[in-house]
Design a protein around this ligand. Structure first.
Ligand code: SAH
Length: 213
């Protein structure tokens, strides 16, 4: 094995040890090359199980957290999924491997553009990416079977719960302060929603509006 193959195998092992046991999630993570999503100065750390900067004060999440959040969505290839916070596109690429169609929203034009070129390079033809404020969701495409937020909301956004199908699952970091955020799994029921606390996490904040560029 080459050094990078060894590093990649070690990363997948770390993700498994972190609690990601779903074989389809692990296979999807193996199929998406993380170095493609990490800027040049951090290339040699792209197979480490850590979050890394992607520019514009944003980060690509720790692979273990990407795995746990993906697994919590219980995806299959018939599902329509919404991701808020495209960022580098890494999480989006993994979701796209596991669902029928992925809609992803980003508020930074330059990050969105770079992510879209990676989707093209990987021939991920089932991804639709747009510039927009994801906290409002994407009404025209709703309802979604699954929704994932990769930026922390102060509270569970009601507009996103509205856009989730009954029986649908939403996974999101919630919390004001980045030292006190919880990962929440929400299941929408006919008369409300059930939530489960999946533990402490640290995400960049969900911000209003779109960045000018
Ligand atoms: N899923 C990304 C993680 C990026 S960090 C990845 O795999 O790389 C979170 C992203 O959410 C940032 O790019 C940030 O610009 C974006 N973001 C924050 N608030 C947003 C909002 N209201 N709408 C859309 N994107 C938002």
């Amino acid at each position: 094995m080459s050094d990078s193959e060894t590093a990649k195998a070690q990363l997948i092992l770390a993700v498994r040890q972190g609690g990601v046991t779903d074989a389809s999630v692990l296979a999807a993570m193996e199929s998406i090359p993380r170095p493609m999503f990490v800027p040049q100065p951090f290339q040699d750390r792209s197979f480490e199980n850590v979050a890394l900067p992607i520019g514009r004060h944003q980060t690509v999440s720790q692979p273990m957290v990407v795995g746990l959040m993906t697994q919590a969505l219980e995806l299959n290839d018939r599902m329509k999924v919404l991701e808020i916070g495209t960022g580098s596109g890494y999480q989006a690429a993994i979701l796209a491997r596991l669902c029928r169609r992925l809609y992803t929203m980003e508020r930074h034009p330059s990050l969105l553009e770079e992510a879209e070129s990676r989707f093209r390079e990987l021939r991920l033809t089932n991804v639709t990416a747009v510039l927009g404020d994801g906290s409002k969701g994407w009404k025209e495409q709703a309802p979604f079977d699954r929704i994932m937020l990769t930026a922390a909301a102060i509270d569970i956004p009601a507009q996103l719960v509205d856009q989730l199908a009954i029986g649908g699952i939403m996974v999101l970091p919630v919390g004001l302060d980045d030292s006190d955020q919880r990962l929440i799994k929400l299941v929408k029921t006919p008369d409300g929603a059930e939530t489960e606390d999946m533990g402490a996490v640290r995400f960049v904040p969900l911000l209003p509006g779109v960045e000018p560029e």
